[in-house]
Design a binder for this molecule. Structure first.
Ligand code: UDP
Length: 490
């Protein structure tokens, strides 16, 4: 039998990461019959995240084939320490715990005798690069956030390691000042710098380590497209303050997006309730409100949104999820009844115009012609999905790198209006976003004729063009696949 070039993929378990990696697997296979893929799966326990594990199982059940295999790594045994800090800390511990299992897999459990072409590790799984390195396998990183954020991570790590600068000091900058960073076209207010890059106690050390890992990769695959992030990709390719250029060239980058999560996370019948309701709504009339797989808001903040929606009187589809209740690493869950959290009588009064749900089939919803705008936490997947369907965004970041994504969308790309750019769920002094500010943002978002809506339509066309034959991402993926085949000497 003909030997294939085998690529081993290691996704990070959270939804916004694992879904992209699974789509990358499908993309590789559909583009080249000489590739074979093994996905090494690590799962979050159900008490941490009840969504991503079943999602991966259903994708594995429906898409395994001769060329696409899933291998579930031995379940980890989390200690209370894993849950003591943040979701990111839990994931990090889980990733570290898998080193020996991956080594074992490579030594004795890898089926078949295909030629190894490369390892692709998620941007949060760089601790596993050492293991792949032991086997001399070329390693690639899948970067599931914007290229601008990759540039920021590398720049900050460069400042720390090469210029002896304490980047956490950016956090103390005068809040009315503006800071210039190579990968962003517009100067940035310090308030939108993500905590993951300025909070030394909780995140910074880990993120600097991730960035050190990226430099060791043979290539960095980014879920973005050239037309969306022209400035950031130029800054990277010109190595603008991201490394000592001569001595340490940066790895090649492959912008191959948008990679959209096409797999279902819920059954047809669960989805039908929402889509049937959308079918009855007028064109472009509904605002979708959704804060991603990890987003939830406290009761008082939920009430402000409810007041805003009632005041505006617009149609809405609101994905309302319950904040984690028992430990710091938990993901949000579902309410048993929404009346426990919403203002009294809200559901009855808005019955004709709105629908409150839990987890939504977001991609399908965004594709629906009734949707006219998206209040989003600005996770990168959600942004790419919204752009793909030409739906303008109103920004409400919560965590990770979302504040700086929101800034990029509003100030640089022009597909979003601002509700808030610097909301941060972990900021103990975070002020409430008032009903008035939410109303203002949603009304601007839903304007029929606006530069933001026009820009969203323009970017929709560009995103689709990028993955068509001859498009920027199509060509970039082709180069990556040629390199993988070359690695395997096929
Ligand atoms: N998602 C969904 N329904 C929900 C919440 C999220 O389908 O109710 C999907 C969304 O379409 C996206 C992913 O989960 O593909 C969330 O990724 P993103 O990067 O936007 O945010 P994260 O969850 O990582 O914060």
């Amino acid at each position: 039998m003909e030997k294939l070039a085998e690529v081993i993929l290691i996704p990070s378990p959270a939804m916004g990461h694992v879904a992209q990696m699974l789509e990358l697997a499908k993309l590789f296979l559909s583009r080249n019959p000489q590739l074979s893929i093994t996905v090494l799966i690590m799962k979050l326990p159900d008490y941490i995240d009840a969504v991503s594990g079943p999602f991966v199982d259903s994708v594995a059940a429906s898409s395994s084939s001769g060329r696409l295999r899933f291998f579930e790594l031995t379940a980890a045994d989390p200690t209370p320490e894993w849950s003591s800090k943040t979701r990111g800390h839990f994931v990090y511990r889980l990733v570290q715990s898998q080193k020996s299992h991956i080594r074992e897999f490579l030594i004795s459990q890898r089926p078949g005798n295909n030629k190894l072409a490369g390892f692709v590790v998620d941007m949060l799984c760089t601790p596993l690069m050492d293991v792949a390195g032991e086997f001399g396998i070329p390693i690639y990183v899948l970067f599931t956030s914007p290229a601008a954020f990759l540039g920021l991570m590398l720049h900050f790590q460069f400042l720390e390691d090469e210029c002896c600068q304490d980047v956490s000091n950016f956090n103390n900058s005068d809040s009315s000042s503006l800071l210039s960073f190579p990968s962003y076209a517009c100067p940035i207010p310090p308030t939108v710098l993500p905590m993951v890059l300025v909070d030394r106690d909780t995140w910074l050390g880990r993120f600097l380590d991730f960035a050190r890992g990226y430099r060791k990769a043979k290539g960095i695959i980014i879920n973005t497209f050239a037309e969306l992030e022209i400035h950031a990709l130029d800054a990277y390719n010109n190595n603008n303050n991201m490394s000592r250029s001569e001595q340490e060239p940066l790895p090649l980058i492959y912008p191959i997006g948008p990679i959209l999560n096409q797999s279902k996370s819920r059954s047809e019948s669960e989805e039908a309730e929402t889509t049937n309701w959308l079918d009855e709504q007028p064109l472009n009339s509904v605002v979708l409100i959704c804060f991603g797989s990890q987003g939830s808001l406290q009761a008082e903040q939920v009430k402000e949104i409810a007041i805003a929606l009632e005041n505006i009187g617009c149609r809405f589809l609101w994905s309302l999820r319950r904040p984690p209740q028992s430990n710091n690493a938990q993901f949000p869950g579902e309410y048993t009844t929404y009346s426990e959290i919403l203002p009294q009588g809200f559901l009855g009064r808005t019955e004709k115009k709105g629908k409150v749900v839990g987890w939504v089939p977001q991609l399908k919803v965004l594709s629906h012609e009734a949707i006219g705008g998206f209040v989003s936490h600005c996770g990168w997947n959600s942004i790419l999905e919204s752009i793909w369907f030409g739906v303008p965004i109103a920004t409400w970041p919560l965590h990770s790198e979302q504040q700086v994504n929101a800034f990029q969308l509003v100030k640089e790309v022009g597909v979003a209006v601002e509700i808030t750019l610097d909301y941060c769920e972990r900021n103990k002094d975070q002020p409430m976003i008032t009903a008035e500010a939410i109303k203002k943002g949603i009304m601007k978002l839903m304007e029929t004729n606006s530069p933001v809506r026009d820009k969203a339509k323009e970017m929709k066309e560009k995103s689709r063009g990028s993955i068509m034959e001859g498009g920027s991402s199509y060509l970039s993926l082709g180069k990556l696949i040629d390199e993988l085949l070359n690695n395997a000497a096929l």
